[in-house]
Design a protein around this ligand. Structure first.
Ligand code: SF4
Length: 384
């Protein structure tokens, strides 16, 4: 009888997409998917580390697995841990979760095997892995490693297979999709990435706009055009496109290429320039607003969504108010608002004390959630 696997996934769409590839790898080796983690031979736990609560959930799940098999006396499956929690390193992880048998670094999940997808009409297609941006609060550059663009041929071959199978909608995935392919042009980084721990904000390089802009059409725009050329593809989405590396030609392409969704996710994180500096985001509220203006000018039907962190270290009432004012000005259709949670190993964890009380974070969260998601200032249609 064929051996079975089960994948339990926490976190974002990138994790879900990675799980589809891990499933593909299992199926290529002759495994079949079990109905539940209670009945599989191998259990993969794909973890998220974006906030402490996400890590707690993975540990809670692992606890339930151990209790279940202890109580039933059944043989426990082999447990493989992957995802963003792998940044803790093997030693710490085995200590935190002794039931884990193997650790699979997430950047080893490649593109060599076809993903197993449940949805036929729509497919998530990863175009890059990792991130070079080193926003001070974020664990991704440590957990997923440096940004690496997937080859154009490999992406197009996958799209071709998907189209042949009936797929009409594609979402391109990456931590910073708009810098896709730039490292392959050999134009290199604008500044060196910081690999060594920094204890002062001033020591951190400006990591955004990390590549010099190409003189010719940016690779990501070329990719959008190449995918649009498939007649069967009716809709292309992408996430996440960040305010840096957002070339004017990308604005033009979104405006004129109607196969591209009118929803653009554009994380801002804060409306205060001082907070943005502490976050090492590499843009200002003014440059963000300018980009929003360009997008709306390109096509008034374009709608925007965003990510915001409230209660970042040192965020004053005035700084928070600047984010509120920005929300009123931009009128995002949707805002994923998060309360700051220090992630061990990140620059903000090293540099800044987590000094905003939970009560204040919660109040700020409620104000923005109400303003953006409940009151919904936008007059544009939601097309998320
Ligand atoms: S761009 Fe910033 S927030 Fe996004 S994954 Fe990279 S470091 Fe994290």
């Amino acid at each position: 009888m064929a051996k079975t696997y089960f994948i339990h996934t926490f976190g974002c769409q990138s994790n879900k997409s990675d799980s589809e590839r891990i499933a593909g790898d299992y199926e290529a080796r002759g495994y079949t998917e079990a109905e539940s983690w209670r009945t599989c031979d191998e259990l993969v736990v794909n973890t998220c580390a974006v906030r402490q609560r996400a890590e707690d959930r993975a540990r809670g799940f692992m606890h339930n697995v151990v209790v279940h098999f202890n109580e039933t006396g059944k043989k426990r499956p082999k447990i493989i841990l992957t995802g963003c929690m792998t940044h803790h390193g093997n030693e710490k992880l085995y200590e935190m979760m002794p039931a884990v048998d193997e650790i699979l670094p997430i950047n080893e999940v490649g593109f060599n095997t076809a993903a197993v997808r449940k949805d036929v009409k729509h497919a998530w297609v990863p175009i890059s892995t990792g991130c070079n941006s080193f926003c001070t609060f974020c664990i991704v550059p440590y957990s997923r490693g440096r940004e690496k663009s997937r080859d154009l041929d490999s992406i197009l071959a996958e799209v071709e297979r998907l189209v042949a199978g009936g797929t009409e909608e594609i979402t391109l995935l990456g931590m910073n999709v708009n810098s896709w392919g730039l490292e392959k042009l050999g134009i290199g980084f604008r500044k060196l990435m910081h690999e060594k721990p920094s204890y002062n904000r001033e020591d951190l390089p400006d990591n955004q706009s990390q590549y010099l802009q190409p003189k010719k059409t940016p690779p990501f725009v070329q990719l959008l055009r190449a995918i649009s050329a498939f007649d069967q593809i009716k809709m292309i989405r992408f996430m996440t496109s960040n305010p840096w590396d957002f070339h004017d030609e990308l604005v033009d392409e979104i405006s004129t290429n109607k196969k591209i969704d009118r929803y653009v996710h554009l994380p801002v994180q804060s409306g205060s320039n001082d907070v943005l500096y502490r976050m090492n985001r590499g843009y200002t509220r003014e440059t963000y607003l300018k980009l929003v203006e360009k997008l709306h000018k390109g096509d008034p039907e374009i709608v925007l969504g965003t990510d915001i962190i409230v209660g970042f270290p040192g965020e004053t009432d005035e700084e928070f108010q600047e984010t509120v004012e920005l929300a009123k000005a931009v009128r995002w259709q949707v805002g994923f608002v998060a309360m700051y949670s220090p992630r061990p190993g990140t620059a903000s964890w090293r540099i800044y004390p987590d000094d905003i009380p939970h009560k204040v974070k919660k109040e700020r969260w409620e104000i923005l959630d109400e303003l953006i998601n409940k009151r919904n200032l936008s007059t544009r249609p939601i097309v998320v």
